[in-house]
Structure formats: C-alpha cells, structure tokens
Design a protein around this ligand. Structure first.
Ligand SMILES: *Cc1c(COP(=O)(O)O)cnc(C)c1O
Length: 377
C-alpha cells in the first residue's frame, strides 16, 4: 500500500520524506554491513572509510574526498584549510541552512550575505560582484534545493579577484552544472550526509572534496586532532572523524544515488505537469543544470494557510527556510535589516516544500496536488 494510515485520525498521510520505505529496500544489505562493523570491532575510520572516500571522490569527479562527521564540520574545515580567520570576510547567501554561516563565524571571520537570483534561488553573480572588498577571502555559493548555483559567472568573478570558492553542496549530491557534477567547481566543496539529504547516513556524516593534495592532507590531519604522529599535535585540531557505521551505510547507498536522483527528477516533472496551470509559482527549469531536487519548493502568497490546508489533509510539508540567516537573532549583531535582501526575504515568506523523496508514489503526488488545488480554490 502506497499510503500510510494515520491511526489517530484515520487519514491518509503523505510524509515529507519516507526514510522507512528507503530502508526497507536496502534492509538486508545494510544490516549485514552494520554487523560486519560490529564483528570487526573497529568503529572509527579504517580501510572501508578510505574506500568510500575514493568512491565518493570518483563519483564527484575529483581527486580527493575527506569524510567527516557532518556537513557543518566540512564547511568549518574548508575555511580552516584556506587559513581564513578574524578580519576576513566571506561572501555567501542568507538563503541557506544556518550552518553555512556558522562555519564562517567559527573561524572568527565575518559573513557577508548577498541576495539570490529569483528564478534560480542561488547566489546572484551581480550581487556577489558588488559585495567584494579587499577583505573578501572566500565565496560560498550554495546549491540550494539541489539546484547548482550559476558557477560559470561566479567562477569568472572569483578568478578575476583571485578569491577561492567553497561550494556548499550539502543539498546537491550528484547535481550537474553544464554536464559536470557539483563538488568540482571550487577549491573545496562541502557535503552533508545528514539522514534526510539525497545521500544520507544513519546518523551524522559529511565530507569535503578537493583536487588539491595539500588541502586534502591538511583536512585529514585537522579532522583527527591534527596529529602528524600519534599524540603529537601540529596545530589546533578537531575530532571530526566519521564513524564506520556511517561509512558502511553510505557505501551501500552511493550505489543507488543516481537511480534515486533520477526518480526525484521524474517526481519533480510530475509535480510540474500537474501544477502547471495553478496559481502557485513553480521551480524554474534551467537547461544548463541537472537539479537533483533535494526539495521541491513552490511559492504561494498565503503560504501559512496553504500549509495548514495540506496539513489538514494529512500532507506533511517543509519550510526551507522560514527566516533568512541575516535576520536570525544569532546574527543581529551584524546589523542587517528586513529589506536588505528582498529576493531572499520574499522566498522565505512564500516558500513551501512539497513531499519529495525517491519513495514518493503517484498516489501520494495526486493527493498533494488535489490538496493544493483545494487550497487555491
Ligand atoms: C544540511 C546542510 C548543511 C549542514 O550539514 P550537517 O551535516 O547537518 O551539519 C550545510 N549547508 C546546507 C545548505 C545544508 O542543507
């Protein structure tokens, strides 16, 4: 049965992401791999970790992957590897998960937020160019919702000013820009393997990718307490290692990633077809991008009411994100105000993430679409 019954209200429910359905499809392989980790009694790093790193690097089309314990750690280490610190500015977007900004704050640098392009919903190259100062030491575009940022234009600006790019690819495993997978457009790229991501662990996980041998070495050292030799520490390091249960699960899931992403693409096309005549603003298709649809985000005038109607119909939705980073209380000290980033703010006010996963069925999509039509009526 494709739909789940909500026992309390006896209503059909469509979960936002159905991780249980995905688990059922790989259950025996996963349990065997987890048992092997237990039997080996080696729980952190090891040969299996290196193997997964090689596989993920090859998947992304880069030389190195350094596995880590989260995407947040990946962003933090990326900035550490570029020696960014107090007095430096890092340009990014406020239309992202907060961790993009946290990493900049962790190294003592100042986040500078620029607005997004309304259709792509990623960093506006024009706004980026206007925000560059002599203190700008890195640029972090975010491939939001699985849609690659406009990397050709962003890269041209970065090269012209000699500023490195760090890709935040936490939502875009496998997405392509002009035929090339994300993860190879900057000096460093950062991935998250949080359970709900397109490639998700069974716990916390992340990685950075790079083509630079010295950066890969430095990141490997920093994630493991910066030890050149056991108990000899060269600089301030971290415990950012990934545990082997996660490596085991990720190695299995990586084999399925392309087929799961292809199903997401088909599901997104299905939403687009069924909603094309509606009053909702749908995501735009770009011929230079292969989006992997981490989120399928529509925009509506009275978002909260629409969300409520869907909730009443047993349909879970998400908000990515209800408040942009520059207006978060944690960043009040930066002095941004509502109105500073109008495109970002409008998207936060109007965004609604529809159920999206490789396990979403035709029936579930129909239920979502009919609830949306009812809300619009
Ligand atoms: C999930 C996410 C992160 C952080 O990853 P964690 O693994 O949760 O630390 C960073 N940036 C973006 C855009 C994300 O979606």
């Amino acid at each position: 049965m494709a739909t789940r019954q909500n026992r309390a209200e006896n209503k059909t429910t469509v979960p936002y992401v159905d991780l249980q359905a995905q688990y059922r499809s790989i259950r025996s392989e996963v349990l065997k791999a987890l048992e092997e980790v237990c039997e080996s009694a080696r729980f952190v790093q090891g040969p299996k970790t290196s193997k997964f790193e090689e596989e993920f690097a090859a998947y992304c089309g880069v030389n190195y992957c350094v596995s880590l314990n989260s995407g947040t750690s990946a962003l933090h280490l990326a900035l550490r590897c570029l020696d960014i610190g107090p007095g430096d500015e890092v340009i990014t977007v406020a239309m992202s998960f907060i961790a993009t900004a946290w990493a900049i704050s962790y190294v003592g640098a100042t986040p500078v937020f620029v607005d997004i392009d309304a259709a792509r919903r990623t960093m506006s190259p024009t706004k980026l160019e206007a925000a560059i100062t002599p203190r700008t030491k890195a640029i972090i575009p975010v491939h939001l919702y699985g849609m690659p940022a406009e990397m050709d234009r962003i890269n041209a600006i970065a090269v012209q000013h000699g500023i490195p790019i760090i890709e935040d690819a936490a939502q875009a495993h496998g997405a392509r820009y002009r035929g090339k997978r994300v993860g190879q457009f900057g000096k460093i790229a950062c991935f998250s393997f949080y359970p709900g991501k397109n490639l998700g662990a069974y716990g916390e996980g992340g990685a950075l990718t790079t083509n630079d041998t010295l950066i890969a070495q430095r990141a490997r050292s920093l994630r493991d307490h910066a030890q050149s030799e056991r108990y000899f520490h060269d600089e301030i390091g971290y415990n950012y290692r990934m545990d082997r249960f996660q490596t085991a699960v990720l190695a299995i899931k990586l084999k399925q990633l392309d087929s799961w992403n292809a199903i997401r693409v088909a599901r997104a096309a299905c939403y687009a077809k069924l909603l094309k005549d509606s009053s909702y603003k749908l995501p735009t298709h770009f011929s230079d991008c292969e989006c992997v649809w981490h989120c399928y985000v529509i925009e509506c005038q009275d978002r909260n009411r629409v969300r409520h109607v869907l909730q009443e119909a047993g349909i879970e939705t998400g908000l990515h994100y209800p408040l942009p980073i520059h207006l978060q209380k944690a960043y009040a000290f930066l002095g941004y105000r509502r109105g500073d980033l109008p495109v970002t703010e409008a998207l936060c006010d109007r965004c609604l993430s529809l159920p999206m996963s490789a396990d979403l069925t035709d029936e579930q999509i129909s239920a979502v679409v009919s609830a949306l039509r009812k809300a619009a009526a």
